[in-house]
Design a protein around this ligand. Sequence first.
Ligand code: SF4
Length: 339
Amino acid sequence: MRDYFKLVGMECGRDLRERLDRSLHILRDATLERYAEFSRTYTGDCPMLRPDGLCMLQRECGEDALSAVCRYYPRSPRTLRADECALSASCERVCEQLFEKTDRMRFVRIPLEFAYELPKRSDDMITRFYVPVRKLFVSALQNREYTVSGRLAFCEKLAAVLRDGFAARGISGIERALEECASLSPERAAGERDTSGFETAAYMLSRLAERYPIERYAAACAASEYGGMEKEFLKRFPGWEIMCEQVLVNHVFYDGFPFYGDLRYDIYHAFAALAALYAVWKVSSVCSLAGEGDINALVALTSELFRMAENSNFNIAALALLANGGVPEKSVILPLCAL
Ligand code: SF4
């Protein structure tokens, strides 16, 4: 409700005022938390969206003019283990920006303010090692001397060492594991690719489609020969390796990897869920877009799959499919990385 009255009374240019007055309306079943909304344009877009993809409200009146939902999505502030603000790849515009970016993603310190109270910092063992552990994975994922598959295979190694370090439940055990990780290096070949990675990914997609609206990707995979289609796909999207790196690094930052909210799972489980997400995204992209499809189709597919992954219990579902409640096996995980 507060956002509604802020927009109604805000001083702004005539064009913006007309748009606000035309499109902002109070909901029939208004509550204090969900009081009003913008009517969409005939193309289904927000009426504040300019043709250049920027928000007219923010451009003209600054970030403070945005409603809470626009400030918190796709931006996602996190304060439980570190003060961070990530962007969700479930937003199509975020995907577009990730795909356009070719330099390695950097993480910068800038002042941000949020109108609502955010969770207070936890002071447990995970918080202490949260940033150094994630930095290890981010730098492994950004190591362009290796293919994305090779980088993921290396992350599997890191995850195994760190799992054992955290299982020792002491600061010295974790510090030793971090030192060991720093001394490891990736292998040039990501391992033999066999058909089991594709079969596992296609099976996961078919089962996930029972729960999420991704039936068409599951159907495309069921009808595909992966190897030949991947070649076609990579010809169609020659920048895939870098696009893939950016989306994975963004996801790792967004999701607080490898410390997901549900701490029943250890670091190796977290990595297995990441490998599963990579695999279902890659095979869906290849099987749906190799024959036809442009960058807009890839953006739509990517945002849809990351919407599923980032806004649901995808990790739990993926682990249940991969390991049926047990420990995910390296022999199942590595073929997914090799896709
Ligand atoms: S940030 Fe919010 S108000 Fe601005 S264009 Fe996007 S949805 Fe519309």
